[in-house]
Design a protein around this ligand. Structure first.
Ligand code: PEP
Ligand code: MG
Length: 546
């Protein structure tokens, strides 16, 4: 038996034969051509055909993986339609007298390189998407048949890397798992694998062609794959897989049921989202609302600061689609790890402690007002919450509220409708915990950002992998800070939720309920598992101490 390790994308088990997936080779003729006009026409036709194909892939992904994942192919269409990119390729054909294949490869590679060199991890990941659309155009130009690579038997697919378009083209009924040598957990392929609920391993450096056709078990719990496993291992992991399948089927029965404890305590279980493309997962997992819409993704997805109209469209779509459910939109939380070129922010020594989030918004008032106006206009279409991030002082909340009032007055004068909304802040700094009593007097709700709260309370940089050993997600100081915040909020009539990753930790659900937490906002896939725990918890009985 061979054991190879990698990074698991999902806690699931896949059992079956390995199929080595080999992408077609792209041998590009670099010679000079005689008829540039003909090559330009070939290029134009191939791009158009690739755009059409992305449309077909969009429809297919919509059915198999949901709207969030399908949106990738819309983004691909936009990349292919980009005039600058197309012009760059046509320019190579006409000025350098090269074929359409060479021009496509050169121009698209250059753009992909540009993305790869960006600091922002989201933009970096877009480089893979560009290579993906490059392949789509090259496949058309070279007449490659990419549909017959998967074989006909159900298998665990092993590849160097898989592009989103390759992933979604795969026949899901033949797919028992996916293993790649490359890939990052932020990549769209990983996102697709997650939304397809597919056991997957990335960064598995030991994959080998000799595995082809051999029986394997992909163990997503332990981040490894066993080639030619022993009978005992097959038996125990088959049992574990069957248990998982049973549990998942049972979770579906919880859809439409309330998140209420055995003794009658109602807790709201909401989803965290990054934009309208995540609406599908909110529905699919029956989230009761959205506790954190990270609006900075609307900014990160844009080449320049999104206009009031663009933002209004995005916020309205989410609020209107989910009405009457509550949708809490956090105002732009950029800075630190989320940098945007068009903001022209200075490089800083300590960006996590630097010019970020509400500090930028209160300094660049016009920038802030554009977002607040869009939010207020969208509030007329449903049930909205507006939330300010990274608050440390009462005056920040007072000033942000004053700017909000200024926007409201302007919009009413201009004849816009404004709905009712709740107002809250993220509690994610020790300062806001310690001043929670006075902050609670200013707001309707608190939402605990435990990712940053842990980072600042424990002085552990959340980006630094070397600190893993010192990092304790259950650190008593963080748990105490949560309790203090809940108590302070409740003393002043503000409800208190958690929207950081800790909210999805099933081992803490009962603890949070006993602390009096009113809402948990988590990744959509965790909604039903948390509802299950809540529904089997009895707060009238004493807590079991370990
Ligand atoms: C947090 O800090 O816990 C949080 C939810 O915000 P983000 O992870 O976007 O900083
Ligand atoms: Mg935060």
């Amino acid at each position: 038996m061979i054991v190879a390790t990698g990074k698991s994308i999902l806690n699931r088990i896949g059992i079956g034969k390995i199929k080595i997936y080999k992408a077609p080779e792209y041998k590009i003729n670099e010679g000079l051509i005689e008829d540039p006009a003909h090559e330009v026409q070939r290029f134009n036709d191939a791009v158009q055909k690739a755009i059409d194909q992305q449309g077909v892939l969009y429809e297919k992904a919509l059915q198999t993986a949901g709207e969030e994942s399908a949106a990738i192919f819309e983004a691909h269409q936009m990349m292919l339609e980009d005039d600058d990119l197309q012009d760059a390729a046509r320019e190579i054909i006409t000025s350098q007298k090269r074929g359409a294949e060479y021009a496509t490869k050169t121009a698209f590679d250059e753009y992909a390189q540009m993305f790869a060199e960006m600091d922002d991890p989201y933009m970096k990941a877009r480089s893979a998407d560009l290579i993906d659309v490059e392949m789509a155009v090259l496949d058309v130009l070279m007449g490659n048949d990419t549909d017959s690579l998967q074989g006909t038997e159900p298998s665990i697919l092993v590849a160097e890397d898989l592009a989103p378009s390759e992933t979604v083209k795969l026949d899901k009924s033949l797919l028992l798992g996916m293993i790649t040598r490359e890939g990052s957990s932020n990549s769209h392929t990983a996102i697709l694998a997650r939304s397809m609920n597919l056991p997957s391993l990335i960064q598995c450096k030991d994959i080998d062609d000799s595995w082809d056709g051999k029986l394997a078990i992909l163990d997503g719990y332990n981040g490894c794959v066993y080639i030619e496993p022993t009978k005992d291992l097959i038996d125990s992991l088959t049992a574990k897989r069957n248990e998982d399948l049973k549990k998942e089927a049972l979770l579906q029965e919880l859809k439409g049921k309330p998140s209420v404890t055995l003794d009658g305590r109602k807790v709201r279980v909401y989803a965290n989202i990054g934009g309208p493309s995540d609406l599908g997962s909110v529905h699919e997992n029956d989230a009761e609302g959205v506790g954190l819409f990270r609006s900075e993704f609307v900014y990160l997805n844009s080449k320049e600061a999104p206009s009031e109209e663009e933002q209004f469209t995005a916020y309205k779509r989410v609020v209107e689609t989910l009405a009457p459910k509550l949708v809490i939109i956090r105002t732009c939380d950029i800075g630190a790890d989320k940098t945007i070129d068009y903001m022209n922010l200075d490089k800083e020594e300590n960006p996590a402690l630097g010019f970020r989030a509400i500090r930028i918004c209160l300094t660049r008032k016009d920038f802030f007002k554009t977002q607040l106006r869009a939010l207020l206009r969208a509030s007329a279409y449903g049930n909205m919450g507006i939330m300010f991030p990274m608050i440390i002082s009462r005056w920040e909340v007072v000033e942000a509220k004053a700017i909000l009032e200024e926007c409201k007055a302007e919009l009413l004068r201009e004849g816009h409708k404004i709905g009712k909304y709740e107002l809250g802040i993220m509690v994610e700094t020790p300062a806001s915990v310690l001043c929670a009593d006075e902050l609670a007097e200013e707001v309707d709700f608190f939402s605990l950002g435990t990712n940053d709260l842990t980072q600042y309370t424990c002085a552990i940089d959340r980006q630094n992998a070397k600190l893993e050993r010192f990092s304790d997600t259950h650190h008593p100081a963080v748990l105490k800070a949560i309790q203090m915040t809940v108590d302070a909020g409740h003393r002043h009539g503000a409800w208190v939720g958690i929207c950081g990753e800790l909210g999805a930790d099933p081992t803490l659900t009962e603890t949070f309920l006993r602390m009096g937490v009113d809402e948990l906002s988590v990744n959509a896939k965790s909604v039903l598992p948390l509802r299950k725990i809540i529904r089997s918890t009895d707060l009238s009985k004493p807590a079991i101490k370990d």
